[in-house]
Each structure stands twice: as C-alpha cells, then as structure tokens.
Design a protein around this ligand. Structure first.
Ligand SMILES: Cc1cc2nc3c(=O)[nH]c(=O)nc-3n(C[C@H](O)[C@H](O)[C@H](O)COP(=O)(O)O)c2cc1C
Length: 179
C-alpha cells in the first residue's frame, strides 16, 4: 500500500516571484501524487501533520525576509522533526562569486543546522525596478552588496530548468525515504 506523503512548501516574498517558484514546485510534487500545500509563511498557524518541508525566501538587504525569520522561530521545534529543504532567491547569484557569497552571507547557517536543512538551493530571482517603490529602490541601492550596480540587474532571471532539476532531486529523495 502506498501512503500519500504530505509536503508543505512555505515561502516568504515581497514582490511575488518566490511565491511563483513555490507554486511551480507544488505542481511538480502534485504530479507525482504527493499531497502538497503551498502557502505564504505569514498565513500559517500550524506546521503539524506534514511529512516534509520545503521553505523558500527572497533575499532583501542581505538576509531572508523577516516573516521567514518569525516562522522559523515559531515552528523550529516541529520543523526539525521532518526532512526539510531550503531555498533562497536573490540577484547576487548572477555575479561571479555569487553562489559562495550568498551561501556565506545570506543564510543563517546556525538556524538551518538547528532545523536540520538537508540542502540549500540558491536561485536567481526577479527584479523589475519599475515594479518596486521608491523605498525599496533606496534599500536596494544602499544595501546591495554586489559589485554591479543593482540597476544593471533588472530582469526576470529565474532559471526554471535549475528550479525543476533541484525540485526533481528533492522529490526523488522524498519518494525514496521512509518518512
Ligand atoms: C528592496 C530589495 C532589496 C534586495 N536586496 C537584495 C540583496 O541584498 N541581495 C540580493 O542578491 N538580492 C536582493 N534583492 C533581489 C531580490 O532578492 C530578488 O528580486 C527576489 O527575486 C525577490 O523576490 P520576491 O519577488 O519573491 O520578493 C533585493 C530586492 C529588493 C526589492
């Protein structure tokens, strides 16, 4: 008898592109008969009853978003009990040392170790300067820590193949594991 595995894909976003990635992952899991819930971390009152978690956040000003921090603080104990995968979206990854930089600076390793994250993916995000307000533009120009002017990085850089490949790998690990 096959038991349907319940997966929670929870995301933190400001401008919606990380949510679209989470929805895309949700569809991939749904196609393989997982029972998948995709939700904004801000709407979740409980994380009980899931067999695995995939958490994702956009990066703003060098760190994952505050709603993701609150979510991790609140549910750390429960999240640590099941397999957990983490991803971030950012533009720094487009620069030559971007992957390493993001890994070393944009994620709080102690927290991810505490909740037992099995893998951390870093995906290129989407940044459309005409779609963000003046305050966000200021934050970006003052806090972006890459060598390129953030105004030069103004596009949808999401690499759906990379996202698909990572999700397929996670899905296959979860299919195989006895949860
Ligand atoms: C105000 C602001 C600050 C940002 N800060 C960073 C940053 O420090 N490093 C980085 O690599 N990307 C940064 N980004 C780019 C975002 O991570 C990227 O656009 C992401 O895809 C946004 O996801 P969202 O659409 O889900 O909010 C910033 C974007 C904005 C709007």
């Amino acid at each position: 008898m096959t038991v349907t595995k319940k997966i929670l894909i929870a995301y933190a976003t400001v401008h919606g592109s990380t949510a679209e990635i989470a929805e895309f992952m949700g569809q991939m899991f749904g196609e393989n008969h997982f029972d998948v819930t995709v939700a904004n971390v801000e709407t979740l009152e409980s994380v009980a009853g899931y067999d695995a978690y995939i958490l994702g956040s956009a990066i703003h000003a060098g760190m994952w978003l505050t709603p993701m921090s609150r979510f991790l603080d609140r549910f750390e104990g429960e999240l640590a009990k099941q397999p957990l995968y983490f991803f971030i979206t950012c533009i720094r990854i487009l620069e030559p040392d971007g992957y390493q930089h993001a890994l070393e600076n944009y994620v709080h390793r102690d927290t991810l170790e505490k909740i037992g994250a099995r893998d951390i993916a870093i995906f290129a995000g989407k940044l459309r300067l005409d779609a963000i307000d003046l305050r966000d533009r200021w934050t970006l120009s003052l806090r972006y820590d890459g060598s390129q002017a953030p105004g030069m990085l103004n596009d949808d850089y999401r690499d759906w193949n990379a996202i698909r490949n990572w999700t397929a790998r996670v899905r296959s690990e979860l299919e195989k594991s006895v949860l």
